[in-house]
Design a binder for this molecule. Structure first.
Ligand SMILES: Nc1nc2c(ncn2[C@@H]2O[C@H](COP(=O)(O)OP(=O)(O)OP(=O)(O)O)[C@@H](O)[C@H]2O)c(=O)[nH]1
Ligand SMILES: [Mg+2]
Length: 359
């Protein structure tokens, strides 16, 4: 999964990037002008993988991972600049938008005052404007081609008109229902406002544990899903991410933080994108694989290797909880909790799968 961190200049994007990745990219009180995004890959903590690795003692243990990117800030009303920024994040699966709510006179706010709801609303408008430009360009090209005698693709045109109307009404495409067919027809356009978005409200450390009213206010004013709003102190979370694990735990407790930003963002990301994990175990490797909810056993097999998909015979499936109840594969089989499933079986989160295949 690829997550792009975005937001206005000086909102704390790089600080949050460091908090999420444990890296130490340069932050500054001035707007940065980096040419290339920061990129960091982070493993997705998964207790099940840890536990299974302890049991199977494999040569290798592999967690799922998330790639985070951090780039220049968006600028309100500067479509040319924003276009440049968006070009870098068009292949992201989801956006994490950092919105400043911390007060600090030494850090310049591009609009000269701290107002999280205003900023979040402005950012949403920039996403919408970018997509609208994209749709209009595409429709314009279709019209030109029609003039030259090329028959337009009616299906695509209809979907683009639907997108255009939505965007004109200042509604991001992520709030629109598209059929599977429609999605397929527009996926190549790589819209920005269609991507699932998590808003991170970057609060002052004094406001930790007190930000619910702010979250409620932003959610109401923007008509934005409360479930996809997270508040955290970027500065503190960045400090935590640099500490060794045992010290980090104590620090979190002292600060009254229930869960570090890292976990919150990953959990929300999985939830919004509808992702789940299945597991493979053995002496060689214990591994978590990330897939989309609703995928079949055959598609899951293809995630591992196209040969396994092609030569798919059966999937031996054991639910993680069933495995843990008996502790060994032999035990699970004896109690009849190991299932043989076919191609169309819908994989569940935590399934331990052994694919039988023949190529
Ligand atoms: N007090 C306080 N300062 C913060 C917080 N988060 C970031 N800052 C400070 O704000 C300044 C900007 O932070 P960055 O993380 O560099 O912001 P950015 O969004 O990456 O900025 P650009 O890349 O320039 O757009 C730095 O001096 C940070 O130390 C916070 O939660 N509290
Ligand atoms: Mg930065």
């Amino acid at each position: 999964m690829k997550i792009a961190i975005t937001g206005l200049a000086n909102s704390g994007k790089t600080t949050v990037f460091n908090a999420l990745t444990g890296l130490n990219a340069q932050t500054s009180i001035y707007a940065s002008a980096m040419d290339e995004p920061h990129v960091g890959s982070v493993r997705v903590n998964d207790k099940r993988v840890e536990t299974l690795s302890g049991i199977f003692k494999p040569k290798k243990t592999t967690y799922s991972s998330i790639i985070y990117t951090d780039f220049q800030g968006l600028i309100k009303g500067d479509a040319a600049h924003n276009r440049k920024v968006f070009e870098f994040i068009r292949d992201a699966d989801a956006l994490v938008e950092v919105v400043r709510a911390f007060e600090d006179n030494s850090v310049v706010h591009p609009d000269n005052s701290t107002d999280a709801a205003r900023d979040a609303s402005n950012l949403e408008s920039e996403l919408i404007l970018y997509d609208l430009e994209l749709v209009e360009k595409r429709l314009g090209r279709m019209a030109d081609a029609a003039k030259r005698g090329k028959r337009p693709d009616d299906q695509e045109k209809k979907i683009l008109e639907k997108c255009k109307e939505t965007l004109y009404n200042e509604i991001p495409l992520r709030k629109t229902q598209f059929s599977a067919e429609e999605q397929k027809a527009i996926v190549h356009l790589q819209f920005i406002s269609i991507k699932p978005k998590i808003i991170v409200i970057n609060i002052s450390e004094d406001d930790i544990g007190k930000s619910q009213p702010l979250i409620d206010d932003i959610s109401a004013r923007l008509n934005f899903d409360k479930n996809a709003l997270i508040s955290l102190s970027g500065k503190i979370e960045m400090e935590i991410a640099q500490l060794p694990a045992h010290e980090a735990d104590q620090f979190l407790k002292d600060m009254g933080i229930e869960e570090p930003a890292l976990n919150k963002v990953v959990n929300k990301g999985y939830e919004l994108l509808g992702l789940i994990s299945f597991l493979t175990v053995g002496e060689d490797e214990v591994r978590a694989w990330t897939i989309t909810k609703g995928m079949s056993a055959l598609e899951a097999a293809g995630k591992i290797h196209s040969d396994i998909e092609r030569g798919f015979i059966r999937a031996e499936v054991v639910a993680y909880s069933d495995f843990m109840a008996s502790g060994t594969m032999a035990g699970v089989k004896k109690s009849g909790l190991a299932r043989l499933e076919g191609k169309n079986y819908i994989v569940a989160d935590g399934d331990i799968i052994n694919f039988r295949f023949n190529v």
